[in-house]
Design a binder for this molecule. Structure first.
Ligand SMILES: NC(=O)c1ccc[n+]([C@@H]2O[C@H](COP(=O)([O-])OP(=O)(O)OC[C@H]3O[C@@H](n4cnc5c(N)ncnc54)[C@H](OP(=O)(O)O)[C@@H]3O)[C@@H](O)[C@H]2O)c1
Length: 306
């Protein structure tokens, strides 16, 4: 069967721009970017940017239909918006949809996990016969530890991820959650967003998609993460610790949005949600050599001089 050859990315910033670059690099797909904002100059090597109103399923449908889109990738972490996009995909007979996940594995999440993400996944399950979809799970973005953190990648919703989460390489500090045995043995998987985007772009050519595709560039205990950061900066970090009990206590008492997000991410780490545990996509696409954390950090940090 002949498929259409066009991909739409919903959301121009943050991971959206990484995905756009990687998809263009395959040379196999046409691309259109949907955005809330008009963009005067074409971005990403002349890619079309279409302004859309995510509150109108009808207008989304018309854009997807007119553009003859095969696959829609969402990087918008908002359930209401994503449910509208899914409805529009069904109306426009889009073949595939990727929800804004790109982090922990749904398998590993507790039932009280982020309700926005769960709502979208439940809907995707309901419509699976008409709309194929897959969750891309990759653990933490390595860019979390680059200067300025993931916020520096143009992210709209991740201002809290500013280069100080867990290990702060600029200030040579760390703030790490201890497990039940009071050790730093909790495992996290890490992938650079550049590699996530390359794996997603390569997956567009797979004939059928499983409901989840996992990948990672590195799989480390928190203690190893700290050691690597110190090794790259050639300095001992000043380290503070927190415990599961302290995190739970603070989650109930912290009104500040950024602190809440940090505490919730730490709770998820201790709950092993970032241990994706499987390298499905790394095995499928061995030519994509995902970078490990030490090499990634060496690209963005020099040994500290003070
Ligand atoms: N694994 C990790 O460590 C990690 C870290 C951060 C994020 N993530 C995941 O990566 C994905 C993308 O994150 P991101 O930081 O790149 O996203 P983001 O910057 O917050 O949003 C991406 C784009 O989506 C559009 N957008 C954002 N919020 C919107 C809203 N409420 N309504 C309509 N459009 C909206 C914006 O594009 P326009 O301005 O063009 O409309 C924005 O540039 C998410 O699924 C997130 O969970 C993972």
């Amino acid at each position: 069967m002949e498929y259409r050859r066009k991909v739409a990315i919903c959301g121009s910033g943050g991971l959206g721009s990484y995905l756009a670059r990687a998809i263009l690099e395959t040379g196999e797909w046409e691309l259109v970017i949907l955005s809330r904002n008009p963009q005067s100059s074409p971005t990403q090597g002349g890619v079309k940017v279409k302004q859309v109103d995510y509150s109108s399923v009808d207008s989304l449908y018309h854009v997807l239909k007119r553009q003859q889109v095969d696959t829609v990738i969402s990087v918008i972490p908002d359930a209401e918006v994503q449910l509208n996009i899914i409805d529009a995909c069904l109306m426009a007979r889009v073949r595939r949809f990727v929800p804004a996940e790109f982090e922990t594995s749904p398998d590993q999440r507790p039932l009280y996990g982020p309700s926005d993400k769960m709502t979208v996944l439940v809907r995707l399950d309901e419509v699976r016969a008409q709309l194929e979809s897959s969750v891309f799970s990759c653990g933490l973005f390595m860019e979390t530890f680059a200067p300025g953190g993931w916020a520096n990648s143009g992210s709209y919703n991740y201002g809290w991820n500013d280069g100080t989460f867990l290990v702060d390489l600029r200030n040579k500090r760390a703030y790490l959650p201890l497990d039940g045995e009071h050790t730093l043995n909790t495992v996290v998987c890490l992938t650079s967003a550049v590699d996530v985007a390359r794996f997603v772009a390569a997956s567009l050519s797979l004939r059928s998609w499983p409901t989840e595709m996992k990948m990672f560039g590195d799989r480390l205990r928190l203690g190893e993460l700290l050691e690597i950061a110190q090794h790259v900066r050639v300095r001992e970090f000043s380290v503070k610790y927190t415990t599961e009990e302290e995190i739970e206590f603070k989650i109930l008492r912290t009104a500040d949005w950024a602190s809440q997000r940090i505490l919730q991410a730490m709770r998820s780490i201790l709950g092993h949600e970032y241990d994706v545990g499987q390298r499905y996509l790394n095995a499928k696409f061995p030519d994509i050599r995902a970078i490990n954390l030490e090499d990634f950090l060496r690209r963005c940090w020099k040994p500290s001089t003070r």
